[in-house]
Structure formats: structure tokens, C-alpha cells
Write a protein that binds this ligand. Structure first.
Ligand SMILES: *[C@@H]1O[C@H](CO)[C@@H](O)[C@H](O)[C@H]1NC(C)=O
Ligand SMILES: *[C@@H]1O[C@H](CO)[C@@H](O)[C@H](O)[C@H]1NC(C)=O
Length: 407
């Protein structure tokens, strides 16, 4: 009798355990365990991953796509919502792009598209395997540079959280955020060689409510860059370098660009970068506006040009520098910015003569030039900044250089 009861009890405990197990896994779609992916670094993950995504996306309760540890080759993939319920990508492994630059017909590798309540985490890596792309051999003749893929595109996501993910050696930009509402990237890591062309870390355009927190970026171009329509953005706790700094623009090259509004960059450390914090607009531009741009608590170590507003941005000298920029810049502050520059032009605020910058504030600036080019200077055109706190170099006392390329 007792023995029988024990057996019954034992069996029901086992079945409860089994049920719990099934329930815990019901929402997990493991690309290896269930969809036949191979972590051999050469079998294309495309089909298993898309199958797993489709199943997860159709689930009526929250679901997870799992890429477990291991190396996976992925030719490319677009994950298109909407999904029935919140969806998470748990990326533990390393997902690698084909190294061949000619494998891409469009500038896209991994694309998350129109998904709501999206999450990605897991400590995994997106490796763009960019070495071949950086050489640019035959780029002009074969024209493949246009197609060099951005590694990870977040397009039209709403309420998204990306945590503990690395982007490495992208062929072009690492991450592009477009058309998103309420997206956070946290403890993200970007790494690529210092001389890798066009490898911006995180580019943000036409999105509202973007937060980037505690992220380390080492790359060959801007660490964080903003395109038109970036609104309500907080960038906090970023280390940047090598790289080209944190940059708003360039703005005004295209017609009908949306205004940039409400960008806050705070508690960042830049070292050995070309620029520090920068706003750039084209001369002879289309009309546009950028306002409410705030940079505070930023340390600069060996940065070529720490603070730049450049409304005569003209790379390759292919613009009409005689015509002024029609981008209106207003409500801009630089607060508690300290450290060292390698060039003497530590602070440069070159605004448009047609639309002088309005309401610019310099508060507690302390930058020392360490190079051989002379002491730090501060140059201002078409702007009368409001000053408070320490001003080293003395604000707006430097001579305006003759029209030339500004970095
Ligand atoms: C923003 O998205 C997060 C998920 O990443 C969510 O928890 C939060 O509620 C969202 N905020 C709003 C205002 O919808
Ligand atoms: C700039 O700030 C002032 C005062 O806070 C505000 O009235 C004005 O609308 C702002 N300008 C823009 C273009 O946002």
C-alpha cells in the first residue's frame, strides 16, 4: 500500500517536473536543437534561423530565438514583424558574415524590421568579417563599395532593448537605427580597426526615443553619428576611441531632411579620436534645423579637435563654400568638457552667416593642447556664445582660419 502510494507520488512528481520543463522551453526556439543549424562556421544559418524566427514570431505568447554558443556562418537575414507577442533573440554564439565583399547585392546583412516589443541579448557577437572590405581593392572598378553591408539594421522597431551584444569588423556601419520608437542599446560593444573605412559604430536617424548606455566603441569612423530626424536621444557612458568621435550630421545635403531635436550626450570618454563632439552641416545646403543639442561631462584625451560646430563641412572640397548653410542651429550647450587636444584648434564654432547659431552655451571648458602646434585656441564665427565657468582656451579669442577644409 505504502509502496504503491510512493510510486503514484513519484510518478506525479516526475510528470509535474516534465510539464515544467516543457513549459520552460515552449517559448524557446533553438536553431541547433530544433532547426538543424550547425555551429561549424561554414553551414549557412539563414534557413534554420528564419524558420526559428517564423515559429517564434507566430507564437501567441512571448518567445525566444536561441542561437547557442558556437560559430555560425550567416549569408544574411531579414526578420520581419509584426509578431504575435514579444520576441527575444538570445544570441550566445558568434554569427559571421561571408568575408567575400561580392557576396552582397545590397548594403544589408542582418535586418530586424517592423517588430514591436523586441529584445536581443546573450553576450553574442555579430562578426562582419570586414578585412577584405577594408582594402577596397577594385572598389571603383567593380563598384562593390555601394553594396558593402551595414552589419545590423534596426528598422521601424517599437519598444526594443538590445543588451550585451558585440558588433565586430563590420564591412560598413556596424549598427543603423532607422524609424525606431523607444529603443535602448546597453552594454553594447563595437570593435573594428582604426583604419577601417566608413565603419561608424551606431548611426541613428529618423527615430524618436533612442538610448545608448554604457557602450564601448573602437572603430574607424564616427563612434556614434546622427542623421536627420533623430529626436529624443540620450547617449550616456560611452567610451570612444579609436574613432572619429560623436557627430551630429552631416546635415543639409538632401532635400526634405527632418529636423534633429533633443540630443543629449553625457558622461562620455573619448581618447585618440579625430574629433570629439561635433555638429556638421554642408555649405550651400537645403534648409533644415537642429536644436536642443547638449554635450556634458565629457573627457577628451589626445583628441585632434575636441569641440566642433562646422557649418562649412566640405569633405573632398567638392562644395560651393561661398554659399552658406541653411541649417538653423539653436539651443546648443557644451558643459564640463575637459582634457587634451593634439591640435591647437580645440574649440571651433563656425556657424552660418545666413543663419547664425542661436543660444549656444559654453560652460566649464578646460582643454589643453599637447601637440607641437601651439596652445589651444577657441574660434567662433557667426555665434555669440553665452559663457559660464572656466574657459580654457579663452572663448572665441582665436583667429578665424582662412576658408579651408575643416575636419
Ligand atoms: C520602452 O521599451 C521598453 C522595452 O525595451 C519598455 O519596457 C518600456 O515600457 C517602453 N516605454 C514606453 C514609454 O513605452
Ligand atoms: C530654444 O529654447 C528656447 C528657450 O528654452 C525655446 O523657447 C525655443 O523654442 C527653443 N528653440 C527651438 C528651435 O527648439
Amino acid at each position: 500500500m505504502a509502496a504503491q502510494l510512493n510510486i503514484v507520488l513519484g510518478m506525479s512528481i516526475i510528470s509535474v517536473l516534465l510539464m515544467l520543463e516543457v513549459e520552460a522551453q515552449a517559448g524557446t526556439f533553438d536553431v541547433v536543437a530544433k532547426f538543424g543549424a550547425k555551429a561549424d562556421g561554414k553551414t549557412d544559418l539563414n534557413k534554420p534561423l528564419l524558420d526559428a524566427f517564423k515559429a517564434a514570431c507566430a507564437s501567441s505568447s512571448a518567445a525566444k530565438v536561441l542561437i547557442p554558443k558556437g560559430n555560425f556562418l550567416l549569408s544574411g537575414a531579414k526578420f520581419q514583424g509584426p509578431c504575435k507577442a514579444p520576441i527575444e533573440f538570445l544570441v550566445q554564439g558568434t554569427v559571421m558574415a561571408p568575408p567575400d565583399v561580392k557576396a552582397f547585392k545590397e548594403p544589408i546583412w542582418v535586418n530586424f524590421y517592423k517588430i514591436e516589443n523586441f529584445k536581443m541579448s546573450g553576450g553574442g557577437v555579430f562578426d562582419g568579417q570586414g578585412a577584405q572590405a577594408y582594402k577596397r581593392e577594385g572598389c571603383v572598378k567593380n563598384d562593390y563599395c555601394k553594396h558593402l553591408p551595414i552589419s545590423v539594421r534596426f528598422d521601424y522597431l517599437t519598444n526594443a532593448m538590445i543588451q550585451d551584444i558585440t558588433s565586430k569588423d563590420s564591412k560598413q556601419f556596424h549598427v543603423n537605427v532607422l524609424g525606431c520608437k523607444n529603443i535602448t542599446l546597453e552594454r553594447f560593444t563595437v570593435s573594428a580597426p582604426k583604419d577601417s573605412p566608413n565603419t561608424n559604430g551606431i548611426h541613428i536617424g529618423r527615430s524618436n526615443g533612442v538610448t545608448v548606455l554604457n557602450t564601448k566603441i573602437e572603430t574607424g569612423n564616427d563612434c556614434v553619428s546622427f542623421g536627420d530626424g533623430a529626436e529624443n536621444v540620450l547617449i550616456k557612458g560611452i567610451t570612444c576611441g579609436p574613432g572619429h568621435g560623436i557627430s551630429i550630421g552631416s546635415l543639409g545635403l538632401y532635400q526634405n531632411e527632418q529636423a534633429v531635436k533633443g540630443i543629449k550626450v553625457s558622461q562620455c570618454a573619448l581618447s585618440n579620436t579625430k574629433n570629439g563632439v561635433r555638429i556638421k552641416t554642408w555649405p550651400n545646403s537645403y534648409p533644415g534645423a537642429a536644436s536642443d543639442l547638449h554635450f556634458e561631462d565629457i573627457s577628451m584625451t589626445n583628441v585632434n579637435f575636441p569641440i566642433i560646430v562646422d557649418q562649412k563641412y566640405c569633405p573632398w572640397n567638392r562644395c560651393n563654400l561661398k554659399e552658406e548653410s541653411k541649417i538653423k542651429l539653436s539651443n546648443i550647450s557644451f558643459k564640463n568638457i575637459r582634457g587634451t587636444s593634439t591640435q591647437s584648434e580645440a574649440v571651433k564654432i563656425i556657424c552660418s552667416a545666413t543663419f547664425p547659431c542661436q543660444n549656444v552655451e559654453l560652460d566649464n571648458i578646460d582643454i589643453t593642447a599637447t601637440g607641437s602646434k601651439g596652445p589651444a585656441v577657441s574660434i567662433c564665427t557667426n555665434v555669440k556664445p553665452k559663457l559660464s565657468g572656466k574657459q580654457n582656451p579663452p572663448a572665441c579669442t582665436g583667429k578665424v582660419p582662412p576658408t579651408k577644409r575643416m575636419f
